[in-house]
Design a protein around this ligand. Structure first.
Ligand code: HEC
Ligand code: HEC
Ligand code: HEC
Ligand code: HEC
Ligand code: HEC
Ligand code: HEC
Ligand code: HEC
Length: 322
């Protein structure tokens, strides 16, 4: 029994380590690949990029290429390498059949969908996405890639600032919601004029530079991920205080990625991470200044009271003398 115990513990440990999807990277299994494999990926990507780049278009590596077709299918190697998928091989997503040129006619159907690698997060997002009008009204042509470009997508840490994250995330929505042409690819309904529908808020365009569409158009989560349930006009956030207050929801939404920048909170500022990026009326306040304001107000009131009291006493004295 005594000998069996450590063995059992070890077995349990191995089971846990072996079976748990090792951190988020486990969702895309190849993230942990060894250096050799990374080099191989880079070499095989270079083969695709030899054609699928400005350089490939200018100097076609083969004489028999359909250049007009290629011109619509260029990938920026620089942006790809900086993206969340920069260490992936093109063929991990696209399949082996694209290695040959001319590409096989049905290669397109071999492209891996996001949830095939992003198993738990991807399925959760898929389930939420399927409840939106985007999917319900357009099940055949609206998908994850309508918003996410897998070749350029970057995450908050890579972007490094709230302003850049806002630009990337709002860019996804504005791509359609600010383009009649793109919107019309989906519906004959007139595109709602964004400034008109957001008139209930002062200066909506300024807000869109400092806050994301999804910060109002998705339900709040526990801060662990982005809900993909887009809320329509009845349920979208319209409460100013949700953001403009000491308990601003922006802390668990937009600014959750930048919590590490919150050191200035030590100097007495509320929502330091927010303050380091923007001035949000009501949310970015200094607790010391707040206290100082109370002290000054109290002193002022005390001064007024003493002044009033002295006047009353002086008045009585004067009356008494008469
Ligand atoms: C020899 C040049 C060449 C190489 C190498 C090449 N491609 Fe292509 N690819 C093309 C051209 C040209 C087109 C345009 C097709 C057309 O319109 O005929 C194309 C089209 C595509 C398309 C869009 C068409 C579709 O079916 O959706 C994808 C995706 C693609 N290539 C992926 C890849 C990947 C991934 C690799 C590397 C594994 C790769 N290609 C390697 C030349 C190449
Ligand atoms: C994380 C998965 C993923 C990786 C990695 C990836 N792609 Fe793609 N790619 C896709 C998906 C999904 C589509 C389909 C987009 C659509 O249907 O609109 C696509 C579309 C394309 C297209 C055709 C449409 C377009 O945008 O022009 C080309 C060309 C292409 N990829 C080339 C590449 C090359 C070259 C690489 C490597 C440098 C690569 N891809 C890496 C997922 C990926
Ligand atoms: C071939 C597997 C594969 C496919 C298919 C794939 N990814 Fe990824 N993805 C990865 C890997 C590996 C990483 C890097 C590890 C990480 O950061 O989780 C990653 C990272 C990400 C990240 C950043 C990490 C995070 O959770 O914030 C996002 C966002 C993302 N992928 C979105 C997508 C989307 C959207 C699609 C579909 C268009 C997609 N991926 C398709 C493998 C894949
Ligand atoms: C501060 C919160 C907030 C932000 C930020 C915000 N919205 Fe809205 N949005 C709302 C509210 C609330 C409504 C409902 C207005 C009404 O009709 O009463 C709305 C309405 C809409 C509608 C019309 C919905 C319908 O059912 O007709 C669209 C489309 C929309 N928003 C898209 C966007 C996009 C795209 C962005 C980013 C550029 C964005 N919103 C940013 C709160 C917001
Ligand atoms: C309507 C646009 C839209 C669609 C459709 C969409 N996403 Fe997203 N997704 C976003 C935005 C905006 C973010 C937020 C922030 C970021 O990471 O840049 C995001 C974030 C993510 C992340 C990063 C992790 C997180 O929780 O923030 C993953 C993974 C992801 N989406 C996967 C998917 C998958 C899988 C699908 C398809 C089932 C999908 N998305 C469809 C807009 C969209
Ligand atoms: C690929 C194009 C496209 C993208 C990207 C896109 N939308 Fe939409 N959106 C549409 C279309 C088209 C409709 C109208 C749907 C209909 O009525 O059939 C719509 C409808 C909406 C509505 C009203 C739906 C409702 O439930 O009342 C809101 C709100 C909205 N979008 C917000 C967003 C936000 C926020 C983003 C970014 C995270 C986004 N959209 C990205 C095309 C897009
Ligand atoms: C989703 C969060 C959010 C909501 C909801 C919201 N705001 Fe804001 N608001 C912000 C942020 C972030 C800024 C900071 C802009 C900047 O960077 O200076 C801002 C800035 C402002 C400003 C300063 C604009 C300027 O000209 O400098 C005013 C005024 C304002 N908001 C009023 C409101 C009112 C009134 C409402 C409700 C009708 C509201 N906001 C709802 C996030 C929000």
């Amino acid at each position: 029994m005594k000998i069996a115990r450590p063995a059992a513990i070890a077995a349990i440990l191995i089971a846990i380590l072996g079976w748990s999807p090792s951190a988020p990277a486990g969702e895309g299994a190849s993230a942990t690949s060894a250096n050799g494999e990374e080099q191989q990926d880079r070499d095989s990507n270079a083969q695709c990029l030899a054609c699928h780049s400005e350089a490939g278009l200018a100097n076609p590596p083969r004489p028999d290429m359909h250049l007009e077709g290629l011109a619509n299918h260029l990938i920026s190697a620089e942006r790809f390498e900086k993206s969340v998928h920069g260490e992936e091989a093109c063929k991990d997503c696209h399949g082996e059949s694209y290695v040959k040129y001319p590409h096989e006619a049905n290669s397109r159907y071999q492209i891996k969908m996001c949830p095939e690698c992003h198993k738990s997060a991807g399925r959760k997002k898929l389930a939420e996405f399927q409840q939106t009008l985007h999917y319900k009204n357009h099940p055949h042509n609206f998908s994850c890639v309508s918003c996410h470009n897998p070749h350029t997508l970057q995450k908050a840490k890579q972007l490094g600032s709230a302003k850049k994250l806002i630009a990337q995330d709002n860019g996804m929505c504005l791509d359609c919601h600010d383009s009649d042409q793109r919107f019309a690819q989906f519906t004959t309904r007139a595109r709602p004029n964004l400034v008109e529908v957001h008139k209930w808020q002062p200066n909506p365009e300024l807000h869109w530079k400092s806050v994301r569409c999804i910060d109002c158009h998705t339900p709040a989560t526990d801060g662990s991920g982005t809900s993909h349930l887009i809320l329509g006009k009845d349920k979208a956030e319209r409460d100013c205080v949700a953001c403009h207050s000491a308990t601003s929801s922006l802390r668990t939404r937009l600014y959750r990625y930048f919590a590490a920048q919150g050191q200035i909170e030590e100097a007495g500022f509320l929502n330091g991470a927010v303050l380091s990026e923007a001035y949000v009326v009501g949310a970015t306040r200094n607790a010391l200044l707040d206290k100082a304001t109370w002290v000054i107000t109290a002193l002022l009131l005390a001064g007024l009271a003493v002044h009033g009291l002295l006047r009353v006493v002086a008045g009585r004295l004067r009356k008494g003398r008469k």
